[in-house]
Ligand binder design. Structure first.
Ligand code: C2E
Ligand code: CA
Ligand code: CA
Length: 517
């Protein structure tokens, strides 16, 4: 028996000597080792296991010094930056002396917005080039002593060298500096790529006895908050943020029931002609008018509606409110030629879609030409579903127009566009941003406009944020524009005020009261 025990201990020793194997294998091996010992030695085996198995953990556990040293030096293969384990280790060392020194620090969580989409559109190679580029820019934006790590596919962590004083204001300034460095165009082989980043940060003074992992978690929470309010945002961690996150989880479960409560409203964003400045339509965008949390954007509830199978109820509700709005604009004497409603892919597969649209048009006595259906380019890319094609053909035959949304992001082939009854393409915001200053963007828009002209399609540029982008798009031959530079989405009652002001701005060109026939 002694020789068997000696053999077992010998094997343990060899096995435990392989530290990296040990770290991964021990948790899996414990039940097997215990079972084998019990079978071999009965209760004595169990006793041996109880005394011996904790030893390797004490020697090699992730909390041990050697393991800590190893983590602290781990680097990410793609960018050469520290890993998140590495930065946490180094940060922890600094945090331990922080309070005695009376100094403070801050941790930033930085994430590239919509990175999955960028990878999908430009491929893995370009995505990796972007990550390396972002990593280098981040390094150059730091001072010596600051640390940066890659913490996930498109996420980075920055930990500042402790200083005597830092407040929210200076945290925001620093986050803005990172954004400015990272949001410059990234030149790749074929074209420049624009990325935007969301930044969340946490000051050590906001946490009691801050640990590195608590700092990172708090910065991540702030970054998630930033992303929820749209791309390229900055948020500072505050103690009530944790409570807000819990309340949002509650909100999501509420969202599943919200349609019944009639809290979803259509807001409207105007689209104008680049020739005349006249309003050519409004896009209806869903908003949740939450009784406690105020107005919530679709990113906060569309997923839940989708998961709970309520997209068709949403489409009905948006269609009804949009056509009611058209009627009301007509009655108030405004000339709004059309309204555009977004339809999700699954909704476009519904066998009752045409009937429901027809029914709503009859109810409001509006001509089908005045309703536009916005379909994401990705829905019709490749080989679109037969049912989608049939529905779109029928809706178009009825007289409604079809807009291809987010054009340039979904790989629709020219033949799929020709096969479908598309009337207009909505050029995605990623081609529009900085078009006034960036020749690469100008060339892309010019190419899209030329292609559209050849195919007999109209064009609308989305996300136009200022008057010089607007002017450049007009010059490049884009026929319609939409974006914050013209107006943000607004509730119905504000559209009346906005149109009156817009009429005054563009002057006599607008024919008041000239209702479409
Ligand atoms: P989308 O159809 O591409 O709508 C345009 C989005 O860009 C809107 O965001 C709008 O508020 C925003 N936007 C407009 N101009 C600008 C600009 O100048 N700059 C920037 N940064 N953003 C601008 P929103 O309302 O948050 O909607 C997001 C997405 O949610 C929509 O993207 C659409 O895909 C979806 N969505 C909205 N309402 C509905 C709906 O009723 N049904 C369905 N299925 N999807 C909807
Ligand atoms: Ca849209
Ligand atoms: Ca769009």
């Amino acid at each position: 028996m002694q020789s068997r025990l000696g053999h077992l201990i010998g094997s343990f020793r060899v096995f435990f000597a392989q530290e990296s194997v040990l770290r991964r294998a021990v948790p899996l091996a414990i039940p097997a080792v215990t079972l084998v010992s019990w079978l071999a030695f009965g209760e004595l085996g169990l006793l041996i296991c109880a005394f011996l198995l904790p030893l390797p953990f004490l020697a090699f556990s992730p909390f041990s010094e050697s393991s800590k040293r190893r983590s602290a030096n781990e680097v990410d293969g793609l960018t050469g930056l520290l890993t998140s384990a590495g930065i946490e280790c180094k940060m922890q060392d600094k945090l331990e002396t922080l309070q005695q020194d009376g100094r403070v620090t801050a941790c930033f969580s930085i994430k590239i917005d919509n990175f999955a989409r960028l990878r999908e559109n430009h491929g893995d190679q370009a995505a990796e080039d972007v990550l390396r580029n972002v990593a280098n820019r981040l390094k150059s934006a730091l001072r010596s002593g600051d640390m940066v790590a890659r913490a996930g596919d498109a996420a980075f962590i920055v930990a500042l060298e402790p200083v005597a004083y830092i407040d929210v204001e200076s945290g925001i300034q620093m986050a803005t500096r990172f954004q400015t460095a990272l949001e410059e165009p990234i030149p790749l082989q074929m074209a420049s790529i624009y990325v935007s980043v969301s930044v969340g940060f946490c000051l050590s003074s906001r946490l009691n006895n801050p640990s590195a992992s608590a700092m990172v978690q708090a910065a991540d929470m702030a970054m998630n908050e930033a992303q929820l309010t749209g791309a390229s945002n900055i948020r500072a961690y505050s103690t009530d943020m944790g409570r807000k996150v819990i309340s949002r989880r509650k909100t999501q479960s509420e969202a599943a029931r919200t349609l019944q409560r009639d809290q979803i409203r259509a807001w409207f964003q105007p689209q104008v002609s680049t020739d005349t400045g006249l309003v050519t339509g409004f896009e209806a965008l869903a908003r949740w008018d939450h009784p406690e949390r105020g107005i919530l954007a679709p990113i906060q509830f569309l997923d839940v509606l989708q998961q709970t199978g309520q997209m068709s109820q949403l489409a009905d509700l948006m269609l009804r409110q949009s056509l009611d709005a058209l009627r009301a604009w007509d009655d108030a004497g405004f000339n709004v030629p059309a309204v555009g409603v977004n339809f999700a892919g699954e909704e476009l597969r519904s066998p009752t879609l045409l009937e429901r649209i027809q029914w709503e048009l009859d109810r409001t006595e509006l001509q089908p030409e005045r309703l536009g259906i916005e379909v994401l380019e990705s829905v019709v890319a490749g080989a679109p579903d037969d049912m989608v094609v049939r529905n779109l053909e029928a809706i178009s035959a009825l007289g409604c127009s079809i807009d291809l949304d987010d054009f340039g992001t979904g790989h629709a082939s020219i033949s799929s566009i020709r096969r479908l009854p598309v009337k207009r393409i909505k050029i995605d915001r990623s081609f529009v941003t900085n078009v006034d200053r960036d020749q690469e963007q100008q060339r892309m828009i010019a190419a899209i406009v030329t292609m559209a002209e050849r195919l007999g399609l109209e064009t609308l540029a989305e996300g136009v944020e200022n008057s010089s982008e607007h002017a450049m798009l007009a010059q490049l031959g884009c026929s319609h524009v939409q974006g914050y530079g013209i107006a943000r989405p607004m509730p119905f009652h504000e559209t009346l005020k906005w149109m009156t002001a817009h009429q005054e701005k563009i002057g006599p060109a607008l024919q008041i009261g000239n209702k479409p026939s």
